[in-house]
Design a protein around this ligand. Structure first.
Ligand SMILES: [Zn+2]
Length: 254
C-alpha cells in the first residue's frame, strides 16, 4: 500500500533510540508519505521539531500531555510559544485528559487542557486530543472552546463519535481496531463518516495484530487499514487515500 499518512507517532521515544534513523529513512519506501510526530513535554516537543527538520515527510505537533502537565512549569509554556512559529508545526498536541492513570489531579489536567485549547484557537491550529476514560469532560471542553482537531485513538461509543463529528472533529483510529474484543472501536470504524476518519499508530505503542505487544511503526498502518476497510466493505488502498486527503485537509498540507 502507498500514501499512508500516520497522524500520530512518537518517534522521539527511547524505544527508537537504537535504529531511529535507519527506520525513518526506510519508511517512505514502505508506503508512508506523511507522519505527524506528537510532543508530550517541552523536551519532546523540541525533539519532535528537530525530527521534522531532518525529515521532509515528518510534521510536528507540540504541546503538554495530560500525564505530563503536573510537572510542566510556566516557563515551559513560554518556551513552547516560541516553537509554534516554526512552519513545520501543524497542530497543538498531544493535549487532553487522562483519568485512567491517576498521576495528575483532574483540576490540574483540565487547566492545562483548557489553556492549550485557547492557544490553538488563537494560533488557528488544530488540536490532537488524548481522551482516556474522560469522555464527558473532554466533550464538555471541546463544546466550550470549539477548536478544530482530532480525537486520537478514539475509544468512545458511536454516540460520542457522532457528537464529536457534529463539532467538526475528526476520529483517529489505530491498532486497537485489530485487537480481540475490539467491538466498540470496530463499531465506530464502521459508522464514522468517511471524510472524518484518520489513521494513526501512536507508535511505539498499539501495534496491530499480528504484531500486538511489539514495537509499532507507521508502515503497520496497512493492517489497520485492512481491518477498517473490511468492516466498511471497501478496498484498503481507497481507505488509505481517503484518510490521507482528510488529514491534508485538517492540517492544511499540500
Ligand atoms: Zn500519543
Amino acid at each position: 500500500m502507498t500514501g499512508i499518512f500516520d497522524t500520530h507517532a512518537h518517534y522521539d521515544d527511547e524505544r527508537f533510540d537504537e535504529d531511529r534513523d535507519t527506520l525513518l529513512q526506510a519508511l517512505p519506501q514502505k508506503g508512508v508519505c506523511r507522519v505527524i510526530n506528537c510532543g508530550v513535554t517541552l523536551a519532546s516537543s523540541r525533539t519532535t521539531l528537530a525530527l521534522s527538520h531532518k525529515y521532509d515527510y515528518i510534521y510536528a505537533a507540540i504541546g503538554i500531555h495530560p500525564e505530563d502537565c503536573g510537572d510542566a512549569a510556566e516557563s515551559d509554556y513560554d518556551a513552547l510559544m516560541e516553537l509554534y512559529c516554526d512552519p513545520k508545526v501543524v497542530a497543538v498536541g498531544e493535549i487532553g485528559l487522562d483519568y485512567y492513570w491517576d498521576t495528575v489531579p483532574k483540576d490540574v489536567q483540565i487547566k492545562a487542557f483548557e489553556r492549550q485549547l485557547v492557544l490553538a484557537n488563537e494560533l488557528d491550529l488544530p488540536v490532537i486530543v488524548h481522551d482516556r476514560e474522560a469522555h464527558a469532560d473532554t466533550m464538555m471542553l471541546l463544546q466550550k472552546h470549539r477548536p478544530r482537531g482530532i480525537l486520537h485513538c478514539f475509544s468512545g461509543s458511536v454516540e460520542t463519535m457522532q457528537e464529536a463529528v457534529k463539532l467538526g472533529f475528526y476520529i483517529g483510529l489505530g491498532g486497537a481496531v485489530t485487537f480481540k474484543n475490539a467491538k466498540k472501536p470496530l463499531a465506530v470504524a464502521a459508522a464514522v463518516p468517511l471524510d472524518r476518519l484518520l489513521l494513526e499508530t501512536d507508535c511505539p505503542y498499539m501495534a496491530p495484530v499480528p504484531f500486538r505487544g511489539k514495537r509499532n511503526d507507521s508502515s503497520l498502518i496497512a493492517y489497520v487499514a485492512e481491518t477498517i476497510a473490511a468492516v466498511r466493505g471497501m478496498e484498503p488502498q481507497v481507505l488509505i487515500d481517503q484518510c490521507r486527503e482528510n488529514a491534508d485537509r485538517l492540517f492544511q498540507l499540500k
